[in-house]
Structures are given as structure tokens and as C-alpha cells.
Ligand binder design. Structure first.
Ligand SMILES: CSC[C@H]1O[C@H](OP(=O)(O)O)[C@H](O)[C@@H]1O
Length: 347
């Protein structure tokens, strides 16, 4: 994608590309206070597992900059409170907790009593998290590109692209790397109801890079496969447990079942920051439930009768038997994931 930054640190503030306005408008939210970042994460102005991790890291750095504590103990206590508020914004993507925990661990390791040095340390750590994610995505692309045939049609779900990360993308990173390697790629993008990350973001990203993309509604994926138009599926992830179960955008599980039915490879692309090996299986992953208006309204207009009951989980869990391989920034893991994932994570 022509370098449209998901977020950028400018003059002591975080500017966040407001993804709720894409593809129609390209506007940045100037975050001068960490609570603005919390709101941006909640409303999906910034979204995508690695991207919200990076945004939360910058939220901690921004919060730290605003403090005028009496001393180190008060500073650390205030940072721990800000960390809790950031982690409370969205529960499913482990990257958010991972980034905040990494920042807190670094803070607790510092021996200096200088609050100014601690503030600088936190900002440097946030920059590192952002930079490292971009590098991770490029490595995911390198490993994943080797799995992609020279002429291929790929179905993807939601947006696991540059907009969901610090850049380049995870699932779309593999697609970008294969395209840049000269392979003949055609992408089918699920629109991804109810918030349309596929239609609004993936289709837009791929068109920016001149990668052929066809948009479909979610309920078309099965028939597309039945018509023999899909060679493989690749998606991102928000949390992957020790047995290889994958939490990802709602609708991913349905696509995985369809891929199995049609004998198609189902790949998941994710950096190490998405793995939660403390959880044995997907049943332990907290699934975010979101506002019913996301389902009952479309572009602000009601599409359902007032008062109708709504179920709106933002994610589902794909059981590991449906996952052909997991493409990471340290290599490709294949079943049995209980053995192959720890080997990669501990690499
Ligand atoms: C690169 S992982 C992106 C991952 O996050 C998305 O969820 P959301 O748009 O709600 O943040 C979706 O699950 C993507 O696969």
C-alpha cells in the first residue's frame, strides 16, 4: 500500500488514521491524551490486533508524558492505572495486552528514579513495538510467499493488512509478498459484516497496490468455492492458543468449515505477539460482544425492526483441525500445534 501510515508520532502526539472513515475519507485523529487513544480503539478508528497493540503502547507513552508525579512510585502507579484502562478497551486481541505488559515490564526493570528518563524509556519502547511489527510482517510475507502457487485465487476475510498492523500486513502481507515476487494473484475479499473491514479496507488496500481484488458478501464464499474459483484461504488472527485454535473476525470459522468441505488450504498469518500459549484452547479466549446498532443499522439507517434482539460477537474461534498451517514471523507451523508452536515461540 502506498505508504498510508496507520498511525504516526508527531510533535509529542499520536496521529491515528481514522479507519471508520475509509475508504471515502483519509483523516487522522490527533491524540494528545491517552483517553483519545482508548476511544479510538473502542470505536475501531484504529483496529487490527497488532495495530491496537502498537496504539496501546503509544497510549502508555502519551499518558506518561502528561504526568507530573511527586516521584517514581506515584508515576509507576499512575502508569499501571492507564495500562488497565487501555487493556479494558477490547478483550480478544492478545496483542494489546502483550504490548502493555511489555511496556510495564520494562518500566519495572528500570533502576533510575528519574521520571523524565522513565518517560523517554516508555516512548522509545512504543517506537520499538511499532518498528518491530513492521519487520515481523515482512518476515511473515517472506515465509508465507513460499506457500503461494504462481497462479492463484485467494479468499481472505476481514482486513489483516497494513491497516491492521504497523504496515505491510499479515495475511495481506503474504499476498503482497507473493505479488511483489511476480506471482499471478487474484484476491476475493469477503465484505465482513457488520463493520465491513473487507469491503472498506481490504478492497481499498489491494486496489492501492494494484493487486486484483473481487469483493463479495460473506454469504457468497461457499458458492464461490463450489464454483471452483478459490485455490486457498488466508486470514489474520487476534489470538492463537497453545493447541492452534484461532480467534479471528466473526465469519472466519464459517470460511474455515467451507474450506475444509472443499478441500482447500486454510492458512492463518500472525506475528508472535498474537500467540497466547497460556491458554490451552480457544474456548478460553474472551470474545468481544459489540453494540447491537452495528447489526441493526447500516450507514446510520435502520435495517431491522426497533427492539429486535441482536447477537453481535466481533470474533469467533476456528478449531485447530481446520487450520492447515500458521505462518509466523519465525517460520511456518504445521500440526501438531501443541508441539510446533512452542518451538517457534521459544526460538
Ligand atoms: C492482522 S490481524 C487483524 C485482525 O483484527 C481484525 O479485527 P478488528 O477489525 O475487529 O480489529 C480481524 O480479526 C483481523 O483478522
Amino acid at each position: 500500500m502506498r505508504h498510508m501510515e496507520t498511525m504516526r508520532w508527531v510533535d509529542g502526539c499520536l496521529e491515528i488514521l481514522d479507519q471508520t472513515l475509509l475508504p471515502g475519507k483519509t483523516e487522522y485523529i490527533k491524540c494528545e491524551h491517552y483517553t483519545t487513544i482508548c476511544d479510538a480503539i473502542r470505536r475501531l478508528s484504529v483496529r487490527g490486533a497488532p495495530a491496537i497493540g502498537a496504539a496501546a503502547a503509544y497510549g502508555l507513552a502519551l499518558g506518561a508524558a502528561s504526568l507530573s508525579p511527586a516521584g517514581k512510585a506515584e508515576f509507576v502507579s499512575a502508569i499501571e492505572q492507564i495500562a488497565r484502562e487501555l487493556c479494558d478497551t477490547r478483550p480478544t486481541a492478545i496483542n494489546l495486552q502483550w504490548a502493555v505488559d511489555r511496556m510495564l515490564q520494562l518500566l519495572h526493570e528500570q533502576t533510575t528514579d528519574s521520571v523524565e528518563v522513565l518517560k523517554e524509556t516508555l516512548l522509545a519502547a512504543a517506537h520499538a513495538i511499532y518498528r518491530e511489527d513492521l519487520a515481523s510482517n515482512r518476515r511473515i510475507g517472506e515465509f508465507g510467499e513460499k506457500l503461494i502457487p504462481p497462479n492463484v485465487s485467494i479468499l481472505t476475510h476481514c482486513n489483516a493488512g497494513a491497516l491492521a498492523t504497523a504496515g505491510f500486513g499479515t495475511a495481506l502481507g503474504v499476498i503482497r509478498a507473493a505479488h511483489q515476487a511476480g506471482k499471478n494473484i487474484h484476491v476475493y475479499a469477503d465484505e465482513t459484516r457488520p463493520l465491513l473491514q473487507g469491503a472498506r479496507l481490504t478492497a481499498w488496500e489491494l486496489m492501492q497496490d494494484n493487486i486484483p481484488v473481487t469483493l463479495l458478501t460473506d454469504n457468497m464464499a461457499g458458492y464461490l468455492m463450489a464454483c471452483g474459483k478459490v485455490d486457498l484461504v488466508i486470514v489474520g488472527a487476534d489470538r492463537i492458543t497453545a493447541n492452534g485454535d484461532v480467534a479471528n473476525k466473526i465469519g472466519t470459522y464459517s470460511v474455515a468449515v467451507l474450506a475444509k468441505e472443499h478441500g482447500l488450504p486454510f492458512y492463518v498469518a500472525a506475528p508472535m505477539s498474537t500467540f497466547d500459549l497460556n491458554l490451552a484452547g480457544g474456548q478460553e479466549i474472551p470474545i468481544e460482544n459489540r453494540d447491537e446498532r452495528e447489526v441493526t443499522h447500516f450507514a446510520g439507517h435502520p435495517v431491522a425492526p426497533a427492539g429486535v434482539k441482536v447477537w453481535n460477537p466481533a470474533f469467533d474461534v476456528t478449531p485447530h483441525p481446520l487450520v492447515t498451517a500458521i505462518i509466523t514471523d519465525r517460520g511456518v507451523a504445521r500440526p501438531p500445534y501443541t508441539k510446533t508452536l512452542p518451538a517457534l515461540v521459544d526460538k
